[in-house]
Design a protein around this ligand. Sequence first.
Ligand code: SF4
Length: 459
Amino acid sequence: MRPIDGTRIKESLTCERSPWLDFHGPRDRILQPTERMRVLFQSGQRLEERILAGMDVESVRFEPGRFDEGFAATLDAMTRRVPAIANGVLKLGEFLGRPDLLLLSDAGVYEVADIKSTQKVHAAAQMQIAFYSRMLGQIAKPPRFGHVILRSGERWTFALDEIAASLERLLARLQTLRNRVDSDPGPHRVEACTDCRWLAVCMDDLESSDDPSLAQDVTREQKAALASAGVTTLRAASAIADTRAVADAAGLAHDLVTRFARRARAVTEGRPQFYGAVRPELATADLALAAVVDDRAKDAIVAVAGIVASRPDRFRVRWLRTREHAQPQQEFAELVRNLARTQGPLLIYGPNVRRALEEGLDLDPSLADTVEALLARTLDVRGELRRACALPGFDRRPADAARAAGLTVDDDDGIDLAALRHLEDEASADVDSIARLLRRDLDVMLALRTFVLAGTASS
Ligand code: SF4
């Protein structure tokens, strides 16, 4: 039986079926990592090497997969009071821990530090560190603190007792998933499925059971509530006639059930469903903005681009990330002032542009009033799409929505991967990939505008 380890701790917070399949699923159906996952994995490895290279550490050596050997070598290093131990192994019964670093504190206690390729501390990272620390406490003096080393190299320290109770609940749940083959949480379609090694197994299960989550944007809890009202399949969801009665029976908001029934209909019929009207300004807006936001980095706002709908040759990118451009403050100020000279709504898609404008104020707080006026002019194409129609697919990014709407999307994977490689690999000079991504997003956004206007006009 496979052990409970840090990966399963982390993945169970996104989808409980993933660890269950790791314990009981058909291993011959595991998919190879997607190219996106490979890029992220390699980036994580490079970051770890870079951070460890700047530290005085002793690395535990053992043959790949021989964790008993690794555990013995880790214990040996701890016995010798090595100040910083990298690549250690903790192995106790059904638990396996691979902490990035064991650091000897001033109080003479070993503490866990994990290197994360983000700039924010996520619950999953804390939970993994708490798990390793719990194991550490069974073989040495229990640590009181855990540490996350962020992408920038900064260290973030937290008290382990803050999440000790949550960790115990999570471990109990993982033990149930491991020890009981009948504890399958079942598949549930979420965006994370796209890169999941179990996608082939789960898609078969989802389709054969006609699972309501194929309509997307429905949580497991909402799916269970709908089931309690007798709606257990996508077909049943698409056939809901009395949405109010279902909402009352399920204890869900009426709006939510109405939206869900429409999405279910879009998926079962394989085409968008139009049912409402858009704001009139959507038709007249002539300026569209897009931004690349890299949440994994400290200076998250990478670039903002604009295009004039009636003159698509008028496309411009402003670079706001320090390492990409020498003068982000000047770029931001020019961006804001140029936009302030325009009139009419500013088409955007989702939260990125608003975030870029708001966070850009850190570069020049004197522009607060002008930025506020610009934010008031934004008109979200995704919001208008949702107001007027249900798509048979995800709509988080413009390209996703366009694909769901049946529109042609240029070189979708290639552009996204090139941009991701650029963001993940600081040595990459392919700045053009970001410009291509922004141009693609803007073109797609304008195509979505045409699509929704045509659909609402004819419905
Ligand atoms: S494919 Fe989706 S439902 Fe299945 S294990 Fe992966 S994330 Fe969970």
